[in-house]
Design a protein around this ligand. Structure first.
Ligand SMILES: [Zn+2]
Length: 222
């Protein structure tokens, strides 16, 4: 399922157009180097054949890990909460049992890979992250621009995140007790287990966490 497409790219430095092969999807069962390639971001680097100028080249990428039963569809800056892909679903009818996510950025793709490989519920992580990010925002007096799961430690009873805060996007590590994750997991299982059964790829990020928490709170006060 590794798919290469040929594109013609105009170099931003020398303005010459050259053809380039871009890896747009991959499967960890067929390509054992794929995970490392994503973490190194090699499919998103481009080098001009004419002048050697290199730059980042953002393009959609579909990552599939059949052993852990998940697919991550990276679509740069995607804002939609759900993306259906009829062609893909016709091609892989057993996809119903696979967790499918769309993510707007490469770091979010890496985060999902780590979570799903470890059997950690990403919805519960997003709810936990939202709660922790609000604490970070209060403590630092700055907006939190992004946050990613870094680790879960049962011995230390903690779950940790790396946030990027303020205009300078300063890195800020914050942990919380595992109970916060467990409570979030309980909320997810009781209220949002049907979400997983939807067709298509779901965008489970900060927006999802905010909406879901609002829905949960409305329901809880009824
Ligand atoms: Zn060039």
């Amino acid at each position: 399922m590794s798919e290469l497409v040929t594109k013609y790219v105009t170099c931003p430095k020398c303005s010459q157009q050259t053809s380039t092969n871009i890896l747009v999807s991959g499967n960890t069962a067929e390509n054992t180097a794929l995970r490392k390639m994503i973490f190194d971001e090699t499919p998103f680097r481009w080098k001009c054949k004419k002048c050697g100028f290199s730059t980042r080249y953002q393009h959609p990428f579909l990552y599939s890990d059949p052993a852990h039963g998940f697919m991550i569809y990276y679509i740069p800056k995607v804002e939609r909460q759900n993306v259906s892909d009829a062609k893909l679903e016709a091609e892989y009818p057993d996809m119903a049992d696979v967790r499918k996510r769309i993510v707007p950025e490469i770091n979010a793709m890496k985060e999902k890979i780590v979570l799903f490989e470890s059997g950690i519920n990403d919805m519960a992580v997003e709810l936990t992250k939202l709660a922790v990010s609000e604490i970070v925002s209060k403590e630092t007096g700055h907006n939190v621009y992004a946050g990613y799961f870094t680790d879960m430690n049962t011995e230390k009873n903690s779950i940790s995140f790396q946030f990027f805060v303020g205009g300078e996007r300063r890195s800020y590590i914050q942990s919380t007790r595992l109970e916060v994750y467990r409570r979030s997991l309980d909320i997810v299982k009781k209220n949002f287990s049907n979400v997983e059964k939807q067709a298509g790829f779901l965008n489970i990020g900060r927006e999802w966490a905010k909406d879901s928490l609002d829905k949960y709170k409305t329901k809880a006060t009824k």
